[in-house]
Design a protein around this ligand. Structure first.
Ligand SMILES: Nc1ncnc2c1ncn2[C@@H]1O[C@H](COP(=O)(O)OP(=O)(O)OP(=O)(O)O)[C@@H](O)[C@H]1O
Length: 231
């Protein structure tokens, strides 16, 4: 489903004339199969978020290939990346990134509006998802009226409302206490199993990595590992 080959990226940082080149990705290779949960682990600054940004098309790699569902996306224009992203990826972040002035229902509905889906269809889909993530009682609440775990459920519902085959998650439980973390990890496992969503999760946390089928480690610009866990 995802096949990455020889992916390289270097940032140029610092003042003009005194720039430093930081080679973050030195030739990354990996495959992710449909319906896997893969954890990407590694030290702070090792390039995990950079890799995710490049996979999602927010950032262009210097060189290399990214094939997703048989489509080469590494050389897409911004417009092509945006269209591809809308149909293939959902996103979940550590800090939820919900719109504070919109209710739970409206936050989850937004990607459908952006896709031009009609209101009756939107309503039906949002209600189905609210049920799946256990948020029916709070659909008219605003994000600041919810617990952290509830907010992350809203973010997950929003990520999956357009049925993307892949959810990219950057430290999805980083802001949650350990009980709430367990609840969210259970939800991710259920969605993986019942809806067939592939998850790529960046994490520092061994608990989070433990739900993955495979753990890939960023180290010195390379991605290593990939042993399949048996369940
Ligand atoms: N936009 C940018 N411009 C310049 N340098 C950047 C940029 N984004 C990241 N870097 C550098 O690239 C390196 C990798 O950063 P990245 O955020 O990908 O690491 P990470 O593994 O996700 O770290 P963390 O676990 O702390 O989030 C760091 O040295 C960082 O300073």
């Amino acid at each position: 489903m995802i096949k990455v080959d020889s992916l390289k990226h270097t940032f140029t940082i610092g003042k003009k004339g005194k720039e430093n080149r930081v080679e973050v990705l030195k030739g990354i290779n990996f495959n992710i199969e449909s319906k896997e949960i893969v954890a990407i682990v590694g030290k702070s600054g090792s390039g995990k978020s950079t890799l995710l940004q490049i996979l999602a098309g927010f950032l262009k790699a210097d060189s290399g290939s990214i094939i997703i569902n048989n489509t080469e996306i590494a050389h897409f224009s911004e417009k092509e990346s945006a269209a591809f992203r809308m149909n293939h990826f959902g996103f979940v972040f550590q800090n939820f990134q919900l719109l504070p002035g919109q209710t739970v229902f409206e936050n989850i509905e937004l990607p459908l509006k952006l896709k031009g889906i009609r209101q009756p269809v939107r309503k039906k889909k949002v209600q189905e998802i609210l049920k799946k993530v256990g948020l029916m009682e709070v659909e008219d609440h605003y994000p600041n009226e919810l617990s952290g775990g509830q907010q992350q459920r809203v973010a997950i519902a929003r990520a999956m409302i357009t049925n993307p085959p892949i959810i990219l998650a950057d430290e999805p439980t980083g802001s949650l206490d350990s009980q709430t973390e367990q609840d969210i990890l259970l939800l991710i496992q259920q969605l993986n199993k019942n809806e067939g969503i592939t998850f790529v999760i960046i994490t520092h946390d061994e608990e989070v990595a433990s739900i993955a089928n495979r753990k890939l480690r960023m180290s010195d610009g390379f991605l290593v590992g990939g042993t399949k866990y048996a369940f």
